[in-house]
Design a protein around this ligand. Structure first.
Ligand code: NAG
Length: 584
C-alpha cells in the first residue's frame, strides 16, 4: 500500500518540481524563504506530515527539553567558548586568543530543526558579533578534520536551513584559511591548520589518520557548489583519488597515511576510531550529488534513481569496500550469534596481505549499521524507482540484500552492548567469551567490580547508535527502533544528566551509581591527538539531534533530500555545477 502511495506522490512530486524548475532558477537563493521572517519558521521547519512517518510529539518534546537543559547550562557558564566543562561550570578555548565557535556553531542547526527561536536568535547574534577565525595559532593549532566537520559543516547547514548569508560568508572565510592544509606533496592534508597564519601544520612525521583526510569532502564540495569556486571541490576531491590509488587488495583502508607520499602506513584496519568516516563518506559523497532534479528548497524526493546519481566512482569504491568488510571483518559471536565488526592488525613482513583478526569493536563502529541500511536502499536498489518502507528484498540487489541484513543485525549487536547496569554502551567492547563469565559473549576490558574504571568502560554521550536507530526508523517505520532510542534517552537522562545543568560522561557503564567526568580534560590527559576525534563539545548535541529526529515528523528532515555530515549537519543533495575530475 505504502509503495503505491509513494509512487503516486513521486509522480506528483516530479510534476511539481518540473513546474518549479520551469518557472524559477533552480539555485536562486533569493526565492528561498528567510528565517528572519519568523512568521514563516514553523512552515519551513516543520511542515505538515507528507508521508507516513509522523511525529511522536510527547517524546520529541522531552528531547527538545533536554537539549534546552544542556544548552542553557553552557550559555550560563561558558557562552562562546569552544569547550564546556559541565562539572566545574567553565568553558575553555582551543586557542589562547579566543574560540572559533566550536560549540555555538555546532548547535545552530539543531536549534533550527527543533524550532527553538529564542536560543537560535541568541546563538546567531553571537555568530554575528563575536565569531572570528583570525585566531592566533602560535600556541594551539586547529585540527583540520574537526574544524571542517564541526565549524564549516555547522555554518553550511545553518546557511541552508536559514538562508542567511552571514553563515555563508563565515564559511568562505574559514575555508579560505583552511585551503593551505591541502598543500602537501600528495594532496593529502596536514592534520592541523593555523587559521591566523593560513598555514598547514604537520604532526611530527606528517602522518594523518585516514578518517581525518577523507572526512572533509561533503563540506568542501557543498561550499564549492554554493560559491561556484571549484578550488574547494578539487582540493577535497584530490584526496579521494590519492586514497583510491593507495587502497589494499582487499579494498580496505588502513587507519594511517603519510601525507607526503600519499600512501598507507602499516596500521590497523578498522571501522572504529581513525577509520570510520572514510566508509561513511564514500556512500555520502555518492548520494550528495545523487539527483538531477533537486533543488534543496524542495525537499521531498520519493525516489533515489540510480541513473541520476552522477559520481559512479564513489559507488564503485563503496561497493568494493562493503565487499571487503564482508569478506574480512563481519563476525558473529559463538553463543548469542551477535553480529559485530572485527579489526585487522598487520602482522608485519608483507603486512598488506598478512593480517590478524582482533575481536574488538569501538562504539564508533555502530554508525555502520544505519549506513549499511541506507546504502542498501539507495546504491543497493535493484531498479530505478521505489524502494518500499521497509524495503522488500526483491527490490534490492544481492549486495543490497546482504548489506541490509548485516546492517539490521549489527544494530541488534550494538543494542546488545547496552545491556549494562546503566543501559548505556561502553566505548569499546571485546566480542569474545568473557574470561570471568564464559557464558557471556562480550565483555568490557579492564573493568572489574571494585577496580578502577577503564577507558573502555566509559560512555561519552556518543551518537553512533542513535544515528543508526534514526536511519533504521526512517527506512523501516518499525516502532522497535523508536523504543530502542527512547530507552537510550531514558538512560542518558538517568545517568548523564547533572543536577546543576548539562550532561556529562559516565566513567563506567557497568557501575551504579555512576561517577561522572568533567569531559574534555580527560581527553587531553589521554594524550593522543586522535583521542580528540569525535568529542562532543556540548555533550549530547549530536546525540540529542538524532534522538529528536527519531521522534520528529520525517518531513522535518527528509532523508532523500539531504546527506548528514559526520557531525550530523544536514547538507542538501544537489546536481553539481562543477565538473568532477575524479571519475571512473
Ligand atoms: C573563548 O573565546 C570566545 C570568543 O572569543 C569568548 O567569547 C569566550 O569568553 C572565551 N572563553 C574563555 C574561557 O576564555
Amino acid at each position: 500500500m505504502r509503495r503505491r502511495t509513494l509512487q503516486y506522490l513521486g509522480l506528483l512530486f516530479v510534476a511539481v518540481v518540473a513546474i518549479h524548475l520551469y518557472f524559477f532558477s533552480p539555485s536562486s537563493e533569493s526565492d528561498s524563504p528567510h528565517l528572519s521572517d519568523w512568521d514563516n519558521i514553523d512552515e519551513i521547519l516543520a511542515p505538515e506530515p507528507q508521508r507516513g512517518l509522523s511525529a511522536d510529539p510527547h517524546r520529541r518534546d522531552a528531547i527538545v527539553a533536554s537539549f534546552q537543559y544542556a544548552w542553557s547550562a553552557y550559555e550560563r557558564d561558558a557562552m562562546g567558548s569552544d569547550e564546556y566543562h559541565p562539572i566545574s561550570h567553565r568553558g575553555t578555548n582551543l586557542s589562547h586568543s579566543g574560540g572559533i565557535g566550536y560549540t555555538v556553531v555546532d548547535a545552530i542547526d539543531t536549534m533550527l530543526l527543533m524550532g527553538l527561536h529564542q536560543e537560535y536568535s541568541r546563538a546567531s547574534d553571537w555568530v554575528r558579533n563575536s565569531l572570528s577565525f583570525d585566531r592566533d595559532g602560535r600556541n594551539k593549532v586547529f585540527n583540520t578534520f574537526e574544524t571542517t566537520i564541526r565549524v564549516l559543516g555547522g555554518l553550511l547547514s545553518a546557511h541552508h536551513l536559514s538562508s542567511d548569508d552571514m553563515y555563508l560568508r563565515h564559511a568562505v572565510d574559514l575555508a579560505d584559511r583552511m585551503l593551505p592544509a591541502f598543500d602537501t606533496p600528495s594532496g593529502i592534508p596536514f592534520t592541523s591548520i593555523d587559521l591566523a597564519a593560513r598555514a598547514g601544520i604537520p604532526d611530527a612525521a606528517n602522518h594523518i589518520s585516514t578518517a581525518e583526510a577523507t572526512t572533509l569532502q561533503l563540506e568542501f564540495r557543498d561550499l564549492a557548489q554554493l560559491t561556484k569556486n571549484s578550488d574547494y571541490w578539487y582540493k577535497a576531491e584530490k584526496v579521494m583519488s590519492v586514497v583510491n590509488d593507495a587502497l589494499l587488495p582487499n579494498h580496505l583502508a588502513p587507519i594511517s597515511m603519510d601525507a607526503n607520499g600519499g600512501s598507507f602506513l602499516q596500521s590497523d584496519i578498522r571501522l572504529g576510531s581513525r577509520g570510520d568516516s572514510y566508509y561513511e563518506y564514500l556512500l555520502k559523497q555518492y548520494l550528495q550529488t545523487a539527483s538531477s532534479i533537486l533543488n534543496h528548497q524542495l525537499i521531498l524526493i520519493p525516489h533515489m534513481c540510480s541513473q541520476d546519481q552522477t559520481e559512479r566512482v564513489y559507488l564503485k569504491m563503496y561497493e568494493d569496500a562493503m565487499q571487503g568488510i564482508h569478506d574480512n571483518l563481519v563476525q558473529k559471536t559463538a553463543t548469542k550469534k551477535l553480529t559485530y565488526i572485527a579489526e585487522l592488525q598487520p602482522r608485519g613482513g608483507e603486512w598488506r596481505t598478512n593480517w590478524l583478526l582482533h575481536h574488538k569493536q569501538d562504539h564508533l563502529v555502530c554508525f555502520l549499521a544505519g549506513s549499511l541500511m541506507l546504502g542498501a536502499t539507495t546504491t543497493g536498489a535493484r531498479v530505478r524507482g521505489t524502494v518500499s518502507v521497509p524495503p522488500r528484498m526483491e527490490e534490492l540487489t544481492k549486495a543490497g540484500q546482504r548489506d541490509w541484513k548485516t546492517g539490521v543485525e549489527l544494530l541488534e549487536g550494538c543494542m546488545a552492548t547496552h545491556q549494562t547496569a546503566t543501559g548505556l554502551s561502553p566505548e569499546i567492547v571485546q566480542f569474545q567469551p568473557s574470561p570471568d563469565q564464559p557464558e557471556r559473549d562480550w565483555y568490557i576490558k579492564g573493568s572489574k567490580p571494585g577496580g578502577p574504571a577503564s577507558y573502555d568502560a566509559r560512555y561519552m554521550l556518543r551518537p553512533e547508535t542513535v544515528e543508526s536507530l534514526f536511519l533504521a526508523w526512517r527506512l523501516t517505520g518499525d516502532k522497535r527502533y523508536r523504543d530502542y532510542a527512547w530507552g537510550i534517552f531514558e538512560s542518558i537522562e538517568k545517568h548523564c544528566r547533572l543536577p546543576d545543568g548539562g550532561y556529562a560522561t559516565v566513567l563506567d557503564v557497568d557501575t551504579v551509581p555512576v561517577r561522572h567526568d568533567d569531559k574534555q580534560e580527560t581527553f587531553f590527559l589521554v594524550g593522543s591527538a586522535f583521542s580528540l576525534l569525535h568529542v562532543m563539545h556540548i555533550p549530547t548535541s549530536e546525540t540529542l539531534k538524532y534522538l529528536f529526529l527519531v521522534f520528529a515528523d520525517e518531513a522535518v528532515l527528509p532523508l532523500d533530500g539531504y546527506v548528514l555530515n559526520t557531525e550530523a549537519h544536514p547538507l542538501p543533495i544537489f546536481r553539481p555545477s562543477i565538473q568532477p575530475l575524479f571519475t571512473l
